[in-house]
Design a protein around this ligand. Structure first.
Ligand code: HEC
Ligand code: HEC
Length: 390
């Protein structure tokens, strides 16, 4: 009896100790945003080649993006006050993660690789399975996600934000009133995210006649647009197709993650392995690659396309031997019979690109011209929080 109560007492004592320590360290790491006297000019967005506007139909507002930046790096938007959007979407990696899967608020891993955020305002579908089409509604979902940030009750989120003194002026400047609502959080976050424009690239500069490709880059460009099927999917100014679309590229014979739900029109079976065609802008900065981060480098990606495509029965026609749609032309296959390749009963022959090592290097050199290096260092997209001891 005596030993038990001693044990109990000492357990209690250590519990109190732990709790008080925790409290102390929590207040020691309180963070406050340090913002410029004059708001950054998020609305000064350059235009890419062919007059491409990288913020799409989004009207970028400097005060809204300023608030959006603070919210993007706000760890109080997570259950344990440790995770922000910026924990997974790293500025140094063009807002992708360098890890295969990212750590959520309880260190559980995300189920998919964190994609880069690329000219988000011009896209029409978000997530690897394209399940969301409205950016302002989409950007608040990670907050409630049970792996990512874990705050699924809007009342609780709003109550937490209301306690933070710096939001009063930020919301007032952005919306004319200090009232905090989830709609405003979504509007500000999406404004900031849509202001992350990626057009200051060598590719755009060449297209606008300001500079020239090296011989190797030019060879890679010809391969990409003319000799290989790449631009049939990664086409348009975002290199992600004209509208958003999902495709099965034959990574596996049987996918662990099915991707976009629905029926495969050719086989009549449930879809397996259909994922969003990602933008290739900034791709040199955003590894590891694919929905599951399986490839660490661009070399591995090109080796896969060169000789690793699997004869999955739902493999895209654009990656089968015999498809002659040519580069740059996207043919909607739904319901169409494509002579030579449209017969589902025929043996599936994945494309073998048969690139030699010079050609592979050229293709990668071209992909590297799609990087907007400025996005990774531009202070207006950086974490504004500094540790404050209060
Ligand atoms: C724990 C890591 C993590 C956190 C935190 C996180 N994300 Fe993500 N984000 C992901 C993953 C993983 C995906 C892909 C999920 C999927 O496709 O199912 C994603 C997808 C996205 C996309 C879609 C990109 C596209 O082109 O399809 C956007 C935009 C985005 N997140 C913005 C945000 C914002 C804004 C926040 C903060 C409110 C946030 N994320 C917090 C990991 C994270
Ligand atoms: C049939 C459409 C299609 C064609 C053709 C195609 N891709 Fe892709 N690409 C995709 C899809 C879909 C993904 C994502 C697949 C996944 O994660 O399961 C992808 C992913 C990639 C990635 C990784 C991007 C990232 O952020 O993870 C790179 C790089 C890439 N493709 C380059 C190329 C190159 C180079 C070519 C030409 C040799 C090419 N692609 C041809 C559809 C296509």
């Amino acid at each position: 009896m005596k030993t038990i109560s001693v044990l109990l007492l000492s357990t209690l004592a250590s519990f109190v100790l732990v709790v008080s320590c925790k409290k102390e360290s929590a207040s020691a790491v309180a963070r406050v945003p340090q913002l410029p006297d004059e708001v950054f000019k998020y609305d000064e967005i350059s235009t890419g080649s062919n007059g491409f506007n990288p913020s799409g139909s989004f009207l970028i507002d400097n005060n809204m993006s300023t608030l959006g930046r603070v919210l993007f790096y706000e760890t109080q938007l997570s259950r344990n006050n440790r995770v922000s959007c910026g924990s997974c979407h790293l500025q140094s990696a063009a807002f992708a993660d360098v890890a295969k899967f990212s750590n959520g608020f309880e260190n559980a891993k995300t189920l998919r690789n964190t994609p880069a955020i690329v000219n988000a305002g011009t896209q029409t579908s978000y997530f690897w399975d394209m399940r969301e089409s409205n950016l302002s509604a989409m950007v608040t979902q990670p907050i409630g996600n049970h792996i990512e940030m874990g705050l699924d009750q809007p009342e609780y989120i709003l109550a937490k934000l209301k306690k933070l003194p710096y939001y009063e002026s930020l919301f007032t400047n952005a919306f004319g009133s200090a009232e905090i609502t989830m709609d405003k959080v979504g509007a500000a976050l999406s404004n900031f995210v849509a202001s992350m424009a990626s057009v200051q690239t060598k590719y755009d500069a060449v297209a606008m006649g300001q500079t020239a490709f090296t011989e190797e880059e030019q060879r890679g460009k010809d391969l990409f647009f003319m000799e290989l099927p790449c631009s049939s999917c990664h086409g348009g100014e975002n290199f992600s197709g004209w509208g958003s679309m999902t495709q099965n590229i034959g990574l596996e014979m049987d996918y662990e993650d099915n991707g976009e739900p629905g029926t495969d029109w050719m086989t009549g079976k449930d879809r397996d392995g259909w994922f969003k065609v990602p933008s290739l802008r900034n791709v040199a900065l955003t590894g590891p690659y694919m929905h599951d981060g399986r490839f660490a480098t661009l070399e591995e990606v090109i080796d896969f396309y060169n000789e690793g495509i699997q004869p999955h029965e739902q493999l895209s026609f654009m990656l089968r031997e015999g498809w002659n749609g040519g580069g740059g032309i996207f043919t909607p296959f739904e319901g169409d019979f494509i002579p030579g390749v449209g017969d589902s009963s025929s043996v599936i022959q994945p494309l073998k690109l048969q690139l030699n090592s010079d050609e592979k290097r050229a293709l990668i050199a071209f992909l590297k011209t799609l990087s907007d290096e400025k996005i990774s260092s531009d202070v207006k997209f950086s974490d504004p929080f500094v540790a404050a001891s209060n």
